[in-house]
Design a protein around this ligand. Sequence first.
Ligand code: NAP
Length: 314
Amino acid sequence: MSKARVVADGPLGQTVLDLFDDRVKVLPWSVAINGSNETVDGIYTYGHPHLNGEMLDRLPGVKVISNYGVGVDHIHVRDAAARGIPVGNTPGILDGATADMGFTLLLATARRLIEGDHYARSDEFTTYDPGYMLGREVHGSTIGIVGMGRIGEQIAKRASGFDMQVLYHNRHRKPTAEKSLGARYVSFDALLRASDYVVLTVPLTDETRGLIGANEFAKMKPTSILINIARGPVVDTVALTEALQTRQIYAAGLDVTDPEPLPRNHPLLTMPNLTIAPHLGSATEQTRRKMAEISVENLFRGLRGEALLHQVNI
Ligand code: NAP
């Protein structure tokens, strides 16, 4: 059987290449941008390359788009559906790792861990001082989860271990989460006003782009901390920079930014009240292995015309 021809945004990780097991001829992303005279059977997205209908029209043989990851805001899923092309993703298996990262950022930001780390290594640290680097309490505080989905529920579980009061906001109430996690449904406005920690776990959509901007920072407590493990554009970067500069909020912890990465001279990168990670939400050896397995399985199923393990609905 001839090899499937698959366009991918490289370089691909070795685990993915091993799982392809020489059954795939990998074509460069430039083929998606410029088209090809030869048939392309599938598309595999590993990073977050932009993919829309125009590109799909240049590749009429494509039977499947498989994404390594759960968030598909970079793929125009409606354009794919309009052309009968299923889009696969990897939900469910990365919730724990991503929530762990959210809590890592929350704890590190509240307790000023990165500042403390730098200080502890520096020549300036000569004597212990009970007055330096006081942070904010985590246990017993109030957390507001915006997007009580798969990852949001894992955040709520961890929060209850820290005796936190859990508030959440979604477009729809989730009675199961309320019952099993003791989470309380509140309006978006009430969540912003009451939370010590606002944690973002919504997908990036037209509705959630810029969800947190100047108006929202104005409603948050001056002692509150924003944690974004969703997607960078859910937060307005200009408004965030101002809110941190003016101490309108206490601090922020970001796994994702807009743009990503931030320009190297961006003022956010100089702020001590920002903890930042380079999009590490699902970045554990175990979870990334599962993401590779599911996304490669989705690809092969789609190439064979079979139902995917996980298909994104519009
Ligand atoms: P999910 O299970 O679909 O949960 C998303 C939640 O957001 C749902 O409960 C949904 O509830 C809510 N929501 C959607 N639109 C909303 C809106 N306009 N206002 C308020 N709530 C809204 O998704 P998930 O698997 O938890 O993943 C969430 C996102 O996390 C992904 O899309 C991805 O972008 C991001 N992510 C980031 C990383 C990372 O590395 N940092 C890793 C994995 C995922 P309703 O439908 O009721 O509104």
